[in-house]
Each structure stands twice: as C-alpha cells, then as structure tokens.
Design a binder for this molecule. Structure first.
Ligand code: AMP
Length: 189
C-alpha cells in the first residue's frame, strides 16, 4: 500500500504517521525529519537546507523529489510506504506521478487531515511551549504563520490534484488523536 498523508502544520500528521506505519507495517518516510537529521549532522544537504527550514519556506522541488525517489527505491519500500510531508507542491506531485508511472506504480490513497488554521496554530504553539528548550527552531509564532501561509499557497492545491485522481480521503483532523487514528484505520476495512 502506497499512502500519502497531507495536512497543515499542527494537523497531527507526524503522530498519525507514526501510529499508522506501525499498525500497517509500512516504512514511514518523513521529509521534515530527514532534513532536520541532516541539519543536526551538518551534512552537505543539511547546510543547504538549514536556512530554508528556519524561514518556514520550502526546499526546492528538484531537491526534494530526487531525495524521495532515491529513498523509495530502497528495498524496504517494495511492498509500500507511508509518506509524511511529501509531496508538498503540485510540481512535486506531478514529478512524483511521472516517476511512479515509469515504474507502473501509483499511489493508493491520499489521506487529508483537515484542520482549521486557528486550531493548527494553537496546537503548534502548545507543542512549542510543552517542549521548552528542546523545541523545533521553526516553532515560533512568526515562522508558524509563514508555514501555514506556505501550506495554503503551495500545498493545499495538491488536495484538489489528488481529488481529481479519485484517491483523496478527507478526515476531520480536529478530533482527538485516538478518534483520528480509528477513523483512518476504518478506511482499510
Ligand atoms: P515539516 O516537519 O514537515 O513541517 O517540514 C519542516 C520543513 O522542511 C518545512 O518547513 C520545509 O522547509 C522542509 N520540507 C519538508 N518537506 C518538504 C517538501 N516536500 N518540500 C519542500 N520542503 C519541505
């Protein structure tokens, strides 16, 4: 099963991705984690993307698509995978579809976690406060607003892109973690 999770920052994507990957025994590939790990380890990729992550802007489509398609070529992804944070623009979605098509593959389901901006903002600010000094460097209110703006402008259009393909499923992401998880799991039954 090849699954994509989409939702604004604060939608609970990371939490659900973690649980779903375990439940469905799928490798979970999270672009944000890959970038943060590279920044932490001061790799060439990390140095390239550090400033972009701190600003709340997006890394270039070309770089992300190359990174993800290389990752998905690995053997653990043969039976399927769960993508968290990719694709994030229509350009990435189109490039990814082309790449899949060449391999006679396609995405089975795109789960869209719907959360209004007010709830998303409150959740991320709450997360930042809770985490205290260990918080993400892009979890401050100015950058969060930027990330939400970037989501609306760049990422929200891919929802209709996948709706046109008939693979998008909307889930009410304002429910509590357990309810969201149960609702997503019931899709498979
Ligand atoms: P996230 O943890 O998913 O919010 O990602 C953190 C940051 O990584 C984003 O604000 C972007 O700068 C970058 N990023 C993650 N995924 C992508 C992507 N698919 N395309 C471009 N930039 C990305």
């Amino acid at each position: 099963m090849k699954i994509i999770l989409i939702g604004p920052p604060g939608a609970g994507k990371g939490t659900q991705a973690e649980r779903l990957a375990k439940e469905w025994s799928l490798p979970k590939i999270t672009t944000g984690d890959i970038f943060r790990e590279n920044v932490k380890n001061k790799t060439a990729l990390g140095k390239k993307v550090e400033g972009i992550l701190q600003s709340g802007e997006l890394v270039s489509d070309e770089l992300v698509v190359d990174l993800m398609t290389d990752r998905i070529k690995e053997t653990d992804c043969v039976a399927g995978y769960l993508l968290d944070g990719f694709p994030r623009t229509v350009g990435q979605a189109e490039a990814f579809d082309k790449w899949l098509l060449k391999r006679k593959n396609k995405i089975d389901c795109v789960i869209v976690l719907d959360v209004d901006h007010k709830t998303a903002l409150q959740r991320i600010l709450g997360r930042a406060e809770q985490a205290g000094s260990g918080r993400r460097s892009d979890d401050n209110s100015e950058v969060i607003r930027k990330r939400l703006d970037v989501y609306e402008k760049e990422t929200a259009p891919i929802v209709s892109y996948y709706e046109r393909q008939g693979v998008a499923v909307h889930i009410d992401g304002t429910q509590n973690v357990e309810q969201v998880f149960e609702t997503i799991c019931s899709l498979k039954k």
